[in-house]
Design a protein around this ligand. Sequence first.
Ligand code: HEM
Length: 529
Amino acid sequence: MSSILAHNLHLEFDFSYTSFPLVSLSIAFGVWLVWKTWKLITISRASLPLPPGPVPLPIIGNLHQMSVTDQSSTFLQWQEIFGDLVYVNIFGTPTLILNSYEDAKELLGVRSQIYSDRPRLSVAGELVGWNRSLVLGKFGERHRTMRRLLARSIGGKHAQSFRLHEEFAICTFLLNLLEKPRDLKLLLSQLTGSVVLDVAYGHQVKSGHDQLIFWFRRIVQDFYDATAVGSIIVDMIPALTYLHSYIPFTSFKKTVATWRAHLTETIEHPFSRVKEQLRNGIARTSYVAQHLSEGPLDFETEDALKYSSFNLYAGGMETLAVALSTFFFVVTKYPAIQQRAQQEIDNVTEGKRLPTSNDRERLPFVEAVMLEVLRWSPISLPHRLEVEDIYKGYRIPQGAVVYSHPWAMSRDKRSYTSPHEFRPDRFLETPKEPDPRLFAFGFGRRVRQLGPICPGKHIADDTLFLAIALTLATCNVTKRVNEAGDLIEPIPQYTMGVVAHMAEFDFEITSRSDDAIQMLTAAHTQLGE
Ligand code: HEM
């Protein structure tokens, strides 16, 4: 046995010894081949064209062609000229606009591993501190930890444990709106702020002067200011970030310090309060309470929990409010749609109780109204490509900011007939037109939702449905009559910004019956404990 082994060893030695020059040669050839192939690939990659787009100017690129107030219209015009993939350069930052669902699904979904980072914002991110949050943080392990925590608490069926939170906030909203219809915008932001703060921290908003809502509104405003025109220059030329610290007495430094202090206060305070409530055994069900009560968390996990909880307000407050203001607009404008949906609800509840989420399957038209509302006013957040990519024969440079453009997807004639019409039946006919939830909540890895796709989409879906169903069940929304006695026809107008808002419009709201008010009041009292 041992001799066989020795023989074999000897043979092996012999073989390698005699062929040494040959082996070295083949290694050298292999290295040369790899180098040559790599060179060829990089040269051929570099020679690939960028996707088509408008001609840029030196230094500022296409900045001068971007509308500050109506970005979407500019994108739509470019789509007409250049097609679904449009490439622009904004002050040196390569930027790709994805106008079709298929391209967004492939790049941001299938290739999410390299397309899930967020653009760097020097002022709001690094200087103020938003870069530790979910929405502006670097895509990596910390981001994944946050997403795991969220998925385990508010993702999928877990979202159902917050339905009573949502009902309370909606009943409060409707009772207030019936008293002050002119305050729709304010009351909507109170409603949606209240839903997300209750989900995040178990905090019920009971008055218009809520301290937590005040803090959160303040940091959102700070964020908008920190990403406004002046700050964008710093974002484009990051070196300026460091310059600021050498310029003495600049008011900018003070402003940034104030923004930072606001952010810290808003992140720390509600989190500590839940901890205290847990110690005293009085914490309500919430995202933070659920995770903290599972036992002591290590430092990184607790920090991830803290930063992801504060992001729920930033992610959910305005988006929900925009969708609901679209709903109020369409029921004002299209009375026939309102009556048909009310009839459907009355058939199920017989007007004797309020509709709940359990009625959803028996309210297909109300569901279709909700889907059409989502289709009408979609939003998106930019992604950032981490390494160079090739797609459809085009080179997409590393660091490119990638925008999915959901307005183009929702108005795409290839997917929707008469896309500019508000027509809920499109989701009831056979074949059904595509469900807008496929793009309205963004793109990313769908499996276990670890990519940047909206983590609050189930909460949003539940809240939208409930708010729409409860409003239709208890209220009549009508056009206002002007002094000459004519009906004021609402016109759909959006003000574009980070999120597109429905411009204010005239409407009247009355309760459908005394019973409706009683049911709302009873639910509000019962749930507000
Ligand atoms: C109608 C309502 C809503 C819409 C249309 C919406 C839509 C979106 C979209 C398009 C994104 C960007 C996804 C991407 O990067 O591709 C997003 C992200 C996000 N949403 Fe929502 N959302 C809604 C409601 C909510 C709610 C209620 C919450 C919280 C409970 C929430 C929390 C978030 C957060 C935290 C992010 C950032 C995720 C990340 O960067 O990983 N959203 N949402």
